[in-house]
Design a protein around this ligand. Structure first.
Ligand SMILES: [Zn+2]
Length: 337
């Protein structure tokens, strides 16, 4: 992913806050089309937990399984005697060559041109996402970035379980960065709750420290989820979003001219918050105690009694759910008014 896209994203986020601050400072101006437009923007921030189901198939090269746990793939056309000229390990993230690998009687040799071997394993991950979206009618579109720490998996072979051994890559955690376009549709809306079906489509990068960038080539990814959102106030929501993701990368093993396709489908559950840009200015009338969006003259204002994080029924407001006569010392009075 280019630095141009990164720059664009950062600029978008900065623009979001600057235009928001300006809208706040222009008190008393007439409700403009511009502030209405601003009110369509939302910033989503979330984190959560994911499980990635790594799998890849070795189909073609030979496999040498040493009894000590080391495992190599090698060009099947080389004659195998007491040793192998060149074998490669670490084909999940960074394939490395070893020369003159001895083959003992106890070691296991397999030609995968006839029997392919599928290795699979599950690894957890922790994603942190930031998405900027614009809502139009029931549709949302925008873009975002996700940073993820993913834990490596232990890979188990699907055949020859007595001879082949499970292995772990040489890293514990790796970073993944995604840049994506965001699309969604709100399928349910009530005063307090929204359910949206949404998708992220974009590119991802595996951390260069653990994944050799000369060997690894990532493809587009798609993430499809359902966002269950609860409004805490007119401008502030919390949500939980289960999702499924499809992504994969190729690793070209140098020397054998062999490319391994690594699939890494994943399931996630994210929890987060959405902040919406206010589309009305705060009411400037000092004595005004209106709790909901209201008019003074030709302009609509949002209540200044109304904390941005607090739930207010949009139809009547409820800043003080407890009546004054039941509060504090008034509780004891027969006639508090
Ligand atoms: Zn007012």
């Amino acid at each position: 992913m280019s630095s141009l896209q990164k720059t664009l994203f950062v600029l978008l986020v900065i623009a979001f806050f600057i235009t928001g601050a300006q809208a706040q400072s222009k008190k008393g101006a007439q409700n403009s089309a511009f502030s209405k437009f601003l009110g369509g923007f939302s910033l989503h921030a979330s984190t959560g937990f994911g499980a990635t189901f790594y799998n890849h198939e070795i189909n073609g090269p030979g496999i040498l399984q040493k009894t000590d746990g080391n495992v190599y793939i090698f060009n099947n056309f080389y004659t195998v005697g007491n040793s192998i000229d060149t074998g490669y390990s670490g084909w999940v993230n960074n394939a490395q060559a070893s020369s003159n690998i001895p083959v003992d009687d106890q070691d296991f040799l397999l030609g995968t041109d006839s029997v392919s071997v599928k290795y699979q394993g599950v690894g957890g991950s922790i994603p942190i996402s930031l998405t900027l979206s614009y809502t139009y009618d029931r549709y949302r579109f925008g873009g975002g970035i996700t940073y993820e720490q993913s834990f490596s998996a232990k890979f188990y072979p699907n055949v020859e379980a007595n001879n082949l051994q499970a292995f772990r890559p040489d890293y514990v955690t790796a970073s993944i960065i995604r840049y994506y376009a965001y699309l969604g549709g709100e399928v349910y809306r009530s005063k307090r709750h929204t359910i949206a079906v949404d998708a992220m489509v974009g590119t991802f990068k595996l951390g260069k420290k653990k994944f050799n960038p000369d060997q690894v080539k990532t493809k587009l990814f798609v993430n499809i989820g359902v966002s269950f959102e609860r409004s805490l106030s007119e401008y502030f929501k919390v949500f939980i979003r289960p999702s499924a993701e499809f992504k994969s990368y190729e690793l070209a093993v140098p020397g054998v001219g062999y490319t391994i396709n690594h699939a890494m489908p994943a399931l996630y559950v994210n929890i987060g918050a959405v902040i919406r840009m206010p589309n009305f200015k705060k009411c400037p009338v000092s004595q005004c105690h209106a709790q909901i969006n209201h008019r003074h003259g030709r302009k609509v204002y949002r209540s200044k009694m109304h904390p941005f994080w607090k739930w207010q029924d949009p139809d009547y407001g409820q800043n003080y759910p407890e009546l004054i006569k039941y509060k504090g010392k008034n509780k004891k009075k027969k006639n508090p008014y």
